[in-house]
Design a binder for this molecule. Structure first.
Ligand code: HEM
Length: 462
């Protein structure tokens, strides 16, 4: 709690603003508002979850002189992300991410601008997309197996986050273009992501944030790589090729090559960080819960023993349950930002245009009034109708967001995650150095597990 002088100064300068929002609960602001809560080691999602426990579904905080709301109430969250979504945009995300992701990205498109057109055109939601997706289990299983075999052969203890991130990148490359990329493409991808990360984290105006050395050249190379791959495929199409680029070339004749290539390139920014974080969380939890891990290994081994089809993957119910449980307990994207485009009536007050709304899923994913044993990793809660009771995108389970702007690649992400969970569990034991909770950093808007070290060991090794 700020001291009396600090509280008094805040009221002296900003009392009238505060009175207009007085009906909303929240911590008492000092001269810097409540910004101090978000400084230091505190993670924004932990702060948002604490507010949920202490103040309920809506919390008023002051970021300096500016009000912000933290939402932990499913009804209010539904309004912002779904029924009243046109009144809200994604804050300054567009400016922060633009140098890295290009204007083609729907992630940064404005709802009141060309978002709807872009979403309709997105390759993940076309009538043929489910057929493309069904074809990805086998090639992704093959490339993940190759990575796991190399990790077993090396025998080294590795930092899990970068290793799983690279495995994810390679699997996406195969799903997107039919083959892995050279290492240099991954390196360029990471440099561009660092540029975006610096802009996302900065408290300064963006003109003061410099991009990493070599950013422009890396950007040119990264997007050119996909354009060249696309024009090679256009010149010599591979009959029966199952990758996204080949599907797009066949099925989207009205789009030019730059558009098609950019959309394949953007899938890496869409999902490599969030997907790999989810996998690290899943294997960390599985090691802590040997019964759940043993059941997974049995099912995964059966899956690995037959043809890698989507039908058979869908039959692997424990693989799905363990994946959903990891997404519940350790969602990779934990805070979504929105701002009203003009003054709006919301939560019983008039919110000024530009007010930051922080929507967090962490508190609701662990709400004890909704989930039995909420802090415990229990995949079985998703069986026997559990997945239908709390579908993806519902009030207490929204790892991919909610409403029409929910992750456009949810189905692909779930197929990738389930393929990876099944393949890794069948091929190796992920022997962690420690099952103590890991430190969570933040990178590219996504939680980044830090210092999780592990060795990949063949299942029957002594
Ligand atoms: C575990 C994996 C993933 C998680 C947890 C995740 C999470 C999310 C979330 C929470 C949102 C909504 C953000 C908001 O409303 O502010 C979102 C949007 C989006 N995601 Fe994902 N995502 C994942 C994988 C992917 C993948 C693999 C791709 C691309 C291949 C992707 C592409 C996108 C795009 C383009 C949007 C923006 C949709 C729009 O604005 O209409 N995501 N994702």
């Amino acid at each position: 709690m700020p001291n009396l002088l600090s509280r008094g100064l805040f009221n002296l300068f900003f009392g009238s603003k505060r009175r207009a929002l007085a009906s909303l609960p929240g911590p008492v602001p000092g001269i810097l508002g409540n910004a101090g809560d978000f400084l230091g080691d505190a993670k924004p999602w932990d702060v948002c979850a604490r507010y949920g426990r202490e103040y309920g579904g809506v919390t008023l905080v002051w970021l300096g002189p500016k009000p912000a709301l933290v939402l932990n109430d499913p009804t209010l969250i539904e309004q912002v992300l779904d029924s009243r979504r046109m009144e809200f945009e994604k804050g300054s995300l567009h400016e922060q991410l633009k140098p890295t992701t290009t204007e083609h990205s729907i992630f940064i498109a404005k709802l009141n601008g060309d978002w709807a057109t872009k979403r309709r055109q997105d390759p993940f939601v076309q009538s043929w997309s489910p057929r493309w997706l069904a074809e990805q289990v086998a090639p992704m299983q093959a490339v993940i197996s190759e990575s796991i075999n190399a990790l077993i052969a090396s025998g080294e203890t590795v930092d899990l986050s970068p290793v799983i991130r690279r495995l994810t990148f390679d699997a996406f490359a195969v799903a997107g273009t039919g083959e892995k990329t050279p290492d240099s493409v991954y390196e360029d991808f990471m440099l561009l992501a660092k540029g975006a990360d610096a802009r996302l984290k900065s408290n300064l105006p963006l003109s003061f944030v410099s991009l990493p050395k070599g950013f422009e050249a890396a950007r040119e190379r990264f997007y050119r790589f996909f354009e060249e791959r696309l024009s090679a495929l256009r010149k010599s199409p591979k009959p029966g090729a199952t990758d996204l680029m080949s599907w797009m070339l066949r099925e989207m004749p009205d789009f030019d090559d730059a558009w098609l290539a950019r959309h394949v390139a953007l899938m890496f920014y869409g999902g490599v960080f969030s997907s790999s974080t989810s996998l690290v969380g899943a294997f960390h939890q599985l090691r802590k819960h040997p019964d759940a891990e043993a059941r997974l290994v049995t099912e995964a081994t059966t899956f690995a023993g037959g043809p890698p089809t989507l039908e058979r993957l869908n039959d692997a119910r424990w693989v799905e349950a363990a994946t959903l449980e990891a997404l519940r307990l350790l969602p990779a994207v934990r805070v979504f930002i929105r701002t009203p485009v003009k003054d709006v009536q919301f939560a019983g007050v008039t919110l000024p245009a530009g007010t930051t709304l922080m929507i967090s899923n962490q508190h609701l994913h662990r709400d004890p009034t909704h989930w039995p044993n909420p802090d415990s990793f229990e995949p079985k809660r998703w069986l026997d109708g559990g997945a239908a009771r709390d579908p993806i995108g519902s009030g207490h389970f929204f790892p991919f967001g909610r409403g029409p702007r929910m992750c456009v690649a949810t189905d692909f992400a779930m197929v990738f995650l389930r393929t990876a969970v099944a393949t890794i569990a069948a091929r190796a034991r992920v022997q962690l150095e420690s099952t103590e909770p890991f430190k969570e950093d933040f990178f590219f808007g996504v939680v980044l597990p830090s210092g999780v070290r592990a060795r990949f060991v063949a299942p029957h090794a002594p």
